[in-house]
Design a protein around this ligand. Structure first.
Ligand code: AQP
Length: 335
């Protein structure tokens, strides 16, 4: 008998253009997992509403995120690839989990505190309960594996809490524990080019490389990346900015090339201009085919509509089973 496949779930917010962090933290693993797991991947448009007060660009962003995922190799026929708002069961489960979520706990979530700092004028309840909606996304399919980047690790701990709380409060084993997944390796964190933090859709666009950047733009951004004046003495620790550049180089260059520049760094002879040239060439070679493919998909209305409808149907079939189990456990069943 065929072994039951583990269930995988993950999502990306349509808040802008996909970047290298989204690729190496998430999409690359979606593609690697699609043949051996039962996968649900979604465009988290409802999550986007927590920070977007202007939704004029939403449609374009949703289509772009879909197209870029597919251009990266995601096969909508192998997985359920859907828009979060097309699966209303998500909102139902979110409501159930809100009864298990404590305000004090949510207020302490670091991502909430960051968002309050960044958007003090828009501290809405949706922002506070973001991890609750995320738990609903994952547990709607009773997923156990969640391919995400390092920045999402804490949200998964929260999702495990809600799963356990639900099972404990209402009885039964409706929800499993879900864990962040990166094939046994540390979760990815693709650094920004300015040496501070991670690449991100919505912050410092010149420090983030997007999958839609032109060749010239990629070269320009890498040229402008922060460096330092080289190792102060042999064996000295790298600055955060230079360590980040090496991390990026490792994503697109051969081991020989990386080792050469590492040795130069240690010897104090590194020429950052040469390293940047190598990095830019590797990035251009990596991104150009994705960009071109995504552009064609993005403009194909008929195809995108078919993908969205097919994805929603698969996701809703799985969601209906979970909602039924959850309602039975809670006791929301009167005849
Ligand atoms: N720099 C990154 N390195 C590794 N993984 C990353 N992810 C995001 N940035 C990096 C992973 O990508 C998936 C989608 O996350 P997201 O939609 O929250 O992406 P974002 O770029 O972080 O988007 P925003 O809108 O700009 O969000 P904030 O404001 O939160 O930074 C996730 O798996 C994430 O781990």
């Amino acid at each position: 008998m065929e072994k039951k496949r583990e269930i995988v779930m993950s999502g990306i917010r349509p808040t802008g253009f996909l970047h290298l962090g989204n690729y190496f933290g998430a999409v690359r693993n979606y593609v690697r997992m699609q043949d051996s797991y039962t996968c649900y991947f979604m465009v988290a448009d409802l999550h986007a509403l927590t920070t977007l007060s202007e939704t004029r660009d939403l449609k374009g962003h949703v289509r772009r995120v879909m197209a870029e995922n597919i251009a990266c190799g995601l096969d909508p026929d192998k997985v359920a690839f859907y828009c979060q708002s097309h699966v209303p069961e998500t909102a139902e489960l979110y409501l159930f989990f809100n009864m298990l979520a404590y305000v004090g706990e949510l207020e302490k979530t670091p991502t909430f505190k960051d968002k309050v700092r960044l958007h003090p004028q828009n501290v809405n309840a949706g922002l506070l309960t973001y991890p609750v909606l995320q738990a609903a996304d994952i547990l709607l399919h009773r997923a156990t594996l969640v391919p995400v980047g390092k920045d999402q690790e804490q949200h998964l701990e929260i999702a495990r809490n809600y799963a356990n709380r639900f099972n404990h409060r209402y009885g039964g084993e409706v929800f499993p524990e879900a864990y962040a997944f990166n094939f046994g390796e540390a979760l990815a964190k693709v650094p920004s080019l300015d040496g501070t933090g991670k690449m991100s859709k919505s912050e410092n666009q010149m420090a983030t490389i997007y999958l839609s950047d032109s060749d010239e733009m990629i070269v320009k951004k890498i040229k402008g990346a922060k460096t330092d004046s080289g190792a102060a003495e042999p064996g000295a620790a790298m600055s955060e900015a230079v360590a980040g550049l090496f991390q990026l180089l490792r994503l697109v260059a051969s081991e020989d090339v990386v080792s050469k520049f590492e040795a130069d760094y240690q010897a104090g002879t590194i020429r950052y201009g040469d390293m940047k040239k190598e990095l830019a060439a590797g990035m251009v070679q990596f991104i150009a085919p994705i960009r071109e493919k995504a552009e064609a998909i993005r403009n194909d209305d008929v195809y995108l509509r078919r993908i969205m409808e097919q994805g929603a149907a698969k996701a809703r079939a799985s969601a209906a089973v979970t909602i039924q189990l959850a309602k039975e456990a809670i006791g929301l069943k009167y005849y």
